[in-house]
Design a protein. Structure first.
Length: 221
């Protein structure tokens, strides 16, 4: 699923072109529980968005930057789950070139991926609504030779938005669409922001334990 779409209408947004791109993960956003429908079946699932800044050039040799000269960005939605069939687990395993250990599966901190570099495979697809969507279809590790040549400086500050203890200053920087999506979640609606107290009281598996410190040095996270 992608958060980037265009339908031919005038827009100042510049989508990442199809191809393989060097990118850095700079943000993870907790969307809370969202309702989705597939083949007439409605499901409620805890969703997140992972954001990347893209570095490099397009097929014409032009820098992948916005009209402001900043790195272009792209994001991908996931269900917050590391079960064997989940897209999040498959993408993270491909990114780090190995699957998770049993210990890691007990609670992997998503903050570990912030600041990590990857090679993104980006593809355009035509949706049922006849809009063209730019999707991340693959996430792979950065080749050793590219690392040895030196990676560029990261541009965006790394941050994570946790719906259980929201950073409201960060929330206000989100697009109206993203803020609206978060506000749809029951977690947001159960939160007392004046008291700064979450009444939902549910701990998230992805935050149960601190990130492991004994991982191999060649893993991105």
């Amino acid at each position: 699923m992608s958060l980037i779409a265009r339908d031919g209408a005038a827009s100042s947004f510049k989508p990442v072109p199809p191809g393989m791109h060097l990118a850095r993960c700079y943000r993870v956003v907790d969307l809370g529980t969202q309702t989705s429908e597939w083949k007439g079946v409605s499901k409620q699932q805890h969703k997140i968005m992972v954001f990347f800044e893209v570095h490099g050039e397009d097929s014409d040799g032009k820098a992948l930057v916005t009209s402001k000269g900043e790195p272009m960005t792209i994001s991908k939605n996931y269900t917050l789950s590391l079960n064997p069939e989940s897209r999040l687990r498959k993408d993270l395993a491909a990114w780090r070139s190995r699957d998770f250990t049993r210990q890691e599966l007990d609670g992997f901190e998503l903050k570990n991926i912030l600041g990590s570099w990857a090679m993104l495979s980006v593809q355009e697809t035509l949706g049922d609504n006849q809009k063209v969507y730019t999707n991340i279809v693959g996430i792979n590790p950065v080749p050793a030779k590219m690392k040895q040549a030196g990676l560029p400086e990261g541009f965006n500050k790394t941050d994570i938005f946790d719906i259980d203890s929201p950073d409201m200053a960060l929330f206000e920087t989100f697009s109206d669409w993203l803020k609206g999506k978060i506000k749809e979640s029951p977690e947001w609606q159960r939160y007392d922001y004046e008291a700064n107290e979450n009444r939902a009281g549910a701990d998230r598996i992805a935050r149960q334990k601190e990130g492991l410190t004994d991982m191999e040095d060649d893993l991105p996270f």
